[in-house]
Design a protein around this ligand. Structure first.
Ligand SMILES: C[S@@+](CC[C@H](N)C(=O)[O-])C[C@H]1O[C@@H](n2cnc3c(N)ncnc32)[C@H](O)[C@@H]1O
Length: 191
């Protein structure tokens, strides 16, 4: 088992209920009305699947990928309890592969694996939606710089898409109270 899988399995064993009761990402809620209500969605590094379940509730078939089988088990339990179409697979996205032209929507929240960028690009159907939000490197030193986007990096990586929202925002973490900065991208693969 990888270090990440062990770390996240432990977290979800301890705090799974907390993660399950958190709200879907605000960015996803804001754009929900514009997203398709049928077809196939991917929730990449989806954890306990809060964002994926939100899309499944709106009619999409959802596949959640994550390195943590504990998180994915909680996602499956929720889907079964709510009678939603949601499948899961344990996948290490540091070695990503996805079928081409397969997904109507791809979600990537609070996770960064740059090797997945070209894989998301080819896995989206033409016209498919990418909703991506994760942490941005600021002037503060961080332990793991590879987990943080550089300013402008996300929008530049998908500059060939139709960009609907590209923003970099600071907000106060709900649990820690610390100031966090994220980059957001909502973009559609060109037809
Ligand atoms: C901060 S959580 C975010 C979960 C979910 N996307 C959300 O926003 O609630 C980060 C997730 O990335 C997953 N993860 C970490 N490294 C991974 C990898 N190499 N491949 C797939 N998933 C990974 C963790 O298991 C965890 O579920």
């Amino acid at each position: 088992m990888t270090f990440e899988a062990e770390k996240w399995n432990g977290r979800y064993q301890q705090e799974g209920r907390h993660w399950q009761t958190s709200q879907p990402a605000l960015l996803l809620q804001q754009f929900a009305g514009e997203l398709p209500t049928s077809g196939l969605a991917l929730d990449a590094a989806g954890g306990v699947g809060v964002n994926g379940l939100f899309l499944a509730e709106r009619g999409l078939h959802v596949i959640v990928l994550d390195v943590s089988e504990v998180g994915l088990r909680l996602a499956k339990e929720q889907a079964a309890a709510r009678k939603l179409w949601l499948e899961t697979a344990v996948v290490d996205l540091s070695h990503p592969w996805l079928p081409p032209d397969a997904f109507d929507v791809i979600l990537n929240f609070r996770f960064l694996e740059r090797a997945a960028f070209p894989v998301y690009r080819q896995a989206l159907k033409p016209g498919g939606w990418l909703l991506f939000e994760t942490f941005l490197q600021t002037d503060e030193p961080v332990d793991q710089p590879a987990y943080f986007l550089q300013p402008g990096e996300l929008a530049a990586a998908f500059a060939d898409f139709e960009i609907i929202r590209a923003a970099e925002k600071a907000y106060q973490g709900r649990r820690s109270g610390n100031l966090k900065t994220t980059a957001q991208l909502v973009a559609r693969k060109r037809q």
